[in-house]
Design a protein around this ligand. Structure first.
Ligand code: GAL
Length: 651
């Protein structure tokens, strides 16, 4: 478990570097991420490389005993390159090329840019790949940030046509798959197909889904290109990328297969403010973030870096240290929260937590974004918290993360499909997954978030909030796992071609729960179908089911909401918090787990034999109720203040 920081020596006078490095060590940091935006200083003119400053910066940091994670600078192609080769630019959905002046302006499909990205990555890797202080490489920076996965450029259109030809082989098959006879959308050749932007009304959903699949594949290929360069020139170092919060525009499981470590950037306050939570929730957690925001992503990204989909390695590459600059409102974290977020990341299996950034920049876009130091170089609030935390880390020495007993299945393709045709403005698939995760976590259960093809043996409870594309193989694996299984609404509701399956939903899963979804309806917010025989209600989404199975919960009108055959369960609605809590608690008990009712805002997490408690609530929590009788607290006391952390060893 290491602490780190994101540092930009190119933004500060060289005379400051040595003192910065010394202070990093003094605070307790041991890793520095560097260089991911430095292209214009590395290669100020085509082919003229200036390494001196970079050599000296690395030497200064390494001499202070710091280890280095270097970024390939491909998120920020410099002006001279844009001017010389405008074909590297991505085009937005209005058909306009992106302009220079911020970042991420490149096109994943531009052959020119792929060449240029490989060239600069090769240059940096050739120079520093075997540097003794370099322990890892971050590819690019936050693929997709600022809505940049999909481009509508001529290069993207050409690549999409090739992608379609490869996927479908024949135009006849392609027209069938898209249902192109509808509205005379038939094509005579792949060359006639355009990207799905600028259509008068919604483009064919199969067209949009294929464009998302294609764009995601382009990200995977771009990342692989860099990963291969790094592996060839920097043997033994970790390859990592920094994913984002609540971001699903490319398949992170697929990108993760080319990484050693899944990194992600954790900004709990910014995401609460711009997210879907109700105003009272936003106010309650204003300075803490949602109690499950960070945990959800730690667990999701742990499921992204192992080739077989089991929980793998995870780093928090950027951790919010204070107010950020980019949300509608940017409050300061409660005292203690930076420490809490850091400990929580370690509890969920992180190997590194790296703060963004070292010193707040007094210039340019992010001048209002806090760092560990203020712009005048005085320690900002987080520096003290990190210093104190660094002294505590030894407590968890030797505690290695283990697999949880609950798995939540998460498919990026499902996010795209359900997002493209939500059939109701309230149906946000990511939110449904997050709410299921949150309901499990509120019961004190640890959860692994896994791709749907991950091995499931050993799990006691498997929750699949919504897998619209399901097949018999999935049903077989779920049956073989021995776990209690909960399938959410819209499971098995589409074919791989984005069509309604011939035998209606839940296609592929009917062997587990013999029922047919004959009709669906979406419901406006404020409307609820109350459960007659269970707490809570169905909201946002309701399915009309035909089956001989008895319902385990129904509406007052007798419409079944929850069906089960043996240990296989189907939810025919979007459950509100009370109903979802009831269902998952019941299933946790039936699965032989030990669910607890935690007070709102308290979360528990085990790392090996250690169990941690985190208080996100704005009021103190009495931990005594949740501690084993003879527990000796290693961190914190039984009276957990807001933002407090406690840890103890479990038998
Ligand atoms: C991240 C990004 C950083 C910085 C940060 C500000 O999205 O990777 O470069 O912009 O946000 O919060």
């Amino acid at each position: 478990m290491k602490l780190g920081v994101c540092y930009y020596p190119e933004q500060w006078p060289e005379a400051w570097w040595a003192d910065d490095a010394r202070r990093m060590r003094e605070i307790g940091l041991s890793v520095v991420r560097i260089g991911e935006f430095a292209w214009s200083r590395i290669e100020p003119e085509p082919g003229r490389f200036v390494w001196g400053w970079y050599d000296r910066a690395l030497a200064t940091l390494a001499d202070a005993g710091l280890k280095l994670v270097l970024g390939t600078p491909t998120a920020t192609p410099p002006k001279w390159l844009v001017d010389a080769r405008p074909d590297i630019l991505a085009w937005d959905a209005s058909g306009t090329p992106r302009r220079f002046g911020s970042r991420r302006h490149y096109d994943f499909s531009s052959a020119t840019y792929k060449r240029e990205a490989a060239r600069i990555a090769e240059a940096v890797v050739a120079r520093y790949g075997r540097h003794p202080a370099v322990i890892g490489w971050q590819t690019d920076n936050e693929y997709g940030c600022h809505d940049t996965v999909e481009s509508y450029s001529p290069a993207a259109a050409a690549a999409f046509r090739r992608w379609l030809a490869e996927r479908y082989g024949s135009v006849g098959e392609f027209n069938r798959a898209w249902g192109a006879v509808f509205w005379s959308q038939e094509y005579r050749s792949f060359d006639e197909v355009d990207p799905p932007n600028l259509t008068v009304t919604e483009a064919n959903p199969a067209h949009r889904l294929d464009y998302r699949r294609f764009a995601s594949d382009e990200v995977v290929a771009f990342n692989r290109l860099q990963a291969e360069i790094i592996r060839a020139g920097s043997p033994g170092r970790d390859v990592v990328h920094n994913f984002m919060g609540f971001f699903t525009a490319f398949d992170h499981h697929a990108v993760g297969r080319d990484l050693d470590v899944a990194g992600w950037d954790s900004y709990p306050l910014g995401f609460l403010d711009q997210g879907w939570d109700a105003p009272d929730v936003k106010l309650r957690y204003l300075r803490q973030g949602h109690p499950d925001f960070a945990g959800f992503h730690h667990d999701l990204y742990r499921g992204c870096a192992a080739p077989d989909g089991t929980p793998g390695r995870m780093w928090v590459m950027e951790q919010q240290p204070g107010p950020v600059n980019w949300a509608p409102h940017n409050p300061a974290p409660l005292p203690g929260m930076v420490r809490l977020w850091t400990w929580e990341a370690f509890a969920h299996g992180a190997e590194l937590v790296s703060y963004f950034r070292w010193r707040q920049a007094p210039f340019a876009q992010e001048q209002m974004h806090a760092g560990l130091l203020r712009p005048d170089s005085v320690d900002d609030a987080a520096a003290d918290e990190v210093r104190a935390l660094a002294g505590e880390l030894a407590v968890a020495e030797g505690a290695t993360p283990e697999r949880a007993k609950v798995a939540l299945l998460f498919s990026y393709q499902a996010q795209w499909l359900l997002g493209i045709q939500p059939q109701g403005s309230g149906f946000d698939p990511l939110r449904l997954h997050f709410e299921c995760y949150s309901a499990l976590r509120a019961l004190g259960l640890d959860v692994d978030v896994l791709p749907p093809d991950a091995p499931l043996d050993g799990y006691r409870l498997v929750v699949a909030p919504s897998l619209p594309i399901a097949d018999n193989a999935l049903a077989t694996r779920l049956a073989a796992s021995g776990a209690t299984v909960l399938l959410g609404p819209r499971s098995g509701s589409k074919t791989i071609d984005f069509q309604i399956p011939p035998t209606l939903p839940p296609d592929g899963l009917r062997a587990l729960v013999p029922l047919t979804v004959a009709r669906v309806e979406s419901l406006p917010s404020g409307f609820a179908e109350r459960c007659a025989d269970a707490p809570g209600a169905a909201v946002a989404w309701l399915e009309h089911v035909e089956t001989d199975l008895p319902a385990r919960a129904s509406t007052a009108h007798g419409r079944g909401l929850w069906f089960a055959r043996e240990r296989f369960h189907y939810l025919a609605c979007w459950p509100d918090e009370a109903f979802l809590g009831h269902v998952v608690r019941t299933l946790a008990v039936e699965a032989g787990l030990d669910p607890r009712g935690l007070p709102p805002g308290l979360r528990l997490r085990a790392r090996g034999p250690l169990r941690f408690a985190f208080n996100y609530a704005p009021e103190p929590v009495d931990l005594a109720l949740y501690l084993p009788p003879d527990a000796k607290l290693l961190i914190g006391g039984p009276d957990l203040p807001p933002g407090g952390v406690a840890a103890w060893r479990e038998a």
